[in-house]
Design a binder for this molecule. Structure first.
Ligand SMILES: Nc1ncnc2c1ncn2[C@@H]1O[C@H](COP(=O)(O)OP(=O)(O)OP(=O)(O)O)[C@@H](O)[C@H]1O
Ligand SMILES: [Mg+2]
Length: 274
């Protein structure tokens, strides 16, 4: 696939619940895809900017390059000359093979304003159109905020596959349910389907009562959408890597969580490249 110029596979990590491991997964998957020789663009759409931070890029106090790009592309009909996508992308100082497009802290607010200020159809499709410009990549991995908005709608409109981490607890499972319900009307409106790359348990301790209680129910309910791989609880590695502004897979290549993420990536690739 690397030689041909075609649309990248856009993989968005989402759950309508905070703290379930979206950012950790987005950073790990981005890094592992790059190790496999894939050309990857990471887009951090969460104003917290924690995923970009794991690749050595701090969130700014303005709208960031992602915000500028969105504003520029939404105002596409103006006569101004539009800079190419490359101008908004930075190379990770941590993993130079990885390109990053990230916003700043006021990103959601700025984009929200724009969404309502301009033609809403253009705004809703802005992310999808930007993905068409990203044809130099094999994959675009998108980290998202747990709260949904018109901006998240636009991100989903440009998404091919959704991957949802969840903790073995009721609230984060509810968060996935809400995500699926939320996606339904966007799927109907969009030009292409948004498919489920998988739902997976994060911080899964095989001896925990919660996992024993929830796992059979979830597997029965969501069937093949639930990935076989579970990411174990591994605070020393995961928190240690975050503290060092690195993906866990880079900082701790043989940690339990890294080994699990490697399996998870194989499962996801088997689906999205089938
Ligand atoms: N496998 C794991 N083992 C132990 N701790 C973990 C694991 N995965 C994530 N964590 C911890 O859980 C917390 C939340 O993780 P993360 O930031 O990836 O979640 P998130 O879904 O992106 O959160 P938010 O909704 O705020 O963006 C972090 O403190 C992280 O260190
Ligand atoms: Mg996050």
């Amino acid at each position: 696939m690397s030689e041909s110029k075609k649309k990248p596979i856009v993989l968005t990590i989402a759950n309508n619940k905070g703290g379930v491991g979206k950012t950790t997964a987005a950073a790990a998957i981005t890094h592992l895809l790059s190790l496999k020789g894939k050309r990857v663009l990471l887009i951090d759409t969460d104003p917290q900017g924690n995923c970009a931070q794991q690749f050595g890029i701090d969130s700014t106090d303005d709208i960031g390059l992602l915000g500028e790009l969105l504003l520029d592309r939404v105002n596409r009909n103006s006569d101004a000359k539009h800079a190419p996508l490359e101008n908004y992308i930075v190379k990770s100082p941590v993993v130079p093979e990885i390109d990053v497009l990230s916003g700043g802290k006021p990103l959601n607010k700025a984009v929200y304003t724009v969404i309502f200020a301009v033609n809403s159809v253009v705004a809703a499709n802005v992310f999808r159109r930007i993905m068409k410009e990203a044809d130099m990549y094999d994959y675009v991995v998108v980290d998202t905020s747990p709260s949904f908005s018109s901006f998240t709608d636009a991100v989903f409109m440009g998404t091919d596959w959704v991957l949802a981490p969840m903790l073995p607890d009721k609230n984060s499972i509810d968060g996935v349910n809400t995500l699926f319900k939320y996606l339904a009307p966007i799927r109907e409106e969009g030009e292409h389907d948004i498919r489920v790359a998988g739902v997976f348990f994060n911080q899964a301790n095989d001896r925990s009562r919660a996992l024993h209680e929830f796992e059979p129910l979830i597997r029965e309910g969501w069937k093949d959408d639930v990935l076989k791989t579970k990411i174990p609880v591994n605070p020393a590695a995961v928190a240690g890597a975050i503290n060092d502004d690195q993906p866990v897979t880079l900082k701790y290549p043989v940690a339990k969580a890294t080994k699990a993420y490697k399996k998870l990536v194989e499962e996801v690739l088997a689906r999205v490249e089938a």
